[in-house]
Design a protein around this ligand. Sequence first.
Ligand code: SF4
Length: 466
Amino acid sequence: MNNNTENEPIKVSFVTLGCAKNLVDSEKMLGLLGGAGFMLTGPDTPCDVTIINTCGFIEEARDEAMENIEEVLERKRQGQTKIVIVTGCLAQLWQGELLEKQPEIDAVLGLDRRDKIVGIVNELLSDSGLANNLQVTKGEFRDVANDQGRLRITESCWGYLRISEGCDQKCTFCTIPFIRGNFRSKPMDAVIEEAKELANDGVVELNLIGQETSGYGQDLNDGYGLAELLVELNKIEKLKWIRVLYVHPATLSDKIIEAMAKLEKVVPYIDIPLQHISDNILKLMNRKLTKSQTIELLEKIRKQIPDVTLRTTMLVGFPGETDDDFAQLLEFVKECRFDALSAFMYSFEKETASAKLPGHIDEETQIKRYDAIMTTQQEIAFELADELTDKTIDCMITSALFDDEADELGLDPDYRWVTGRHQGQGPEVDSVCYITVDPDLELTSGDILPIKIIGRLDYDLVGEIA
Ligand code: SF4
């Protein structure tokens, strides 16, 4: 047990920002710290050490990270915490610059310091604690992390499985390759070991993540790719649902689509960020596909996986985006009717190739285009949700809904409610299903039940056990 001078367990609090990959890093550090006997506490509890795992890929994310860092440093000034450690993508991207901006930070740790967190915390807590400690490896982050031994902070029945790190696609607007390095796959046996560990830890829904999951195996030279990996994961008995997130249209091969269509546990769900559709912009973004190739690919997916849920991400306001380019994008979104769509406004990132392009779009136009695409998608999402009314679909029960939460949502608090998701609803990014259940019914997180959809609350569905 790691105890402080009053012989009490050393309390560590964690703030996790950013994407699912960052969440896995947080879970790994929590696993290491918990395993070393540190007491893990909630964000508002007085503690000895606070770790902020940051995101840094666009300006908005960096602003959010700096706000969280300032909040925690204010807690340090008030004696609510002693040591403040900043990890994650912003630490990797800004390195010493972050200490210059916030010199009260006790340590800025690069991504390759993740697994050394216990030693670093003990070093900082020891009397000879080093102030203003910058620990970032110069140059590229190259590790292929072993994510086993995590302390998961997701709902118990689902978890993330990172299968690769970094990216080679070099989209001209993206900073991620500058932060997470070149593409590298996690060896197949390590992925399967980790999947088994998660399944034994209660995970029934496995969500595969990486910057570009469809490129899995391209660097392993053993002929194994995502299709072969899915075949192996499909054999893990305790798993019921396997979901693939973050595919790239350029590496989503026929073989992968066939495997997804054929394998029983692989849910008919494809998260395929397309970013845009006009040939002019796709070329400037270095997205490797043309408009006609993209449309052909989506038609192929819908033909081979008829009940597929398609989620995508679009970027509006890219330098040089004309009214016609945007009109093409809006028309495409109307015609394609994605089940779910997230949009981002272009963020000026000085490291990226697009920063040097002419024709940067003013903020007002960016906002107008963002609102237009999200309003269009909202109509589609509501129509698709309404089409599910009176239908019965399998949903996985993920958590209980407390009366005050139900009340806040406008659900009748006199009923018992739980939250669930059907196969077309991915964790954290998509809508959910609120399900009314018999007060005496025994339920476990991860149970899959036939749910009759009786209505919707904006994007979310409302159902009852069929
Ligand atoms: S594929 Fe994704 S992570 Fe890779 S460069 Fe493009 S946007 Fe960035």
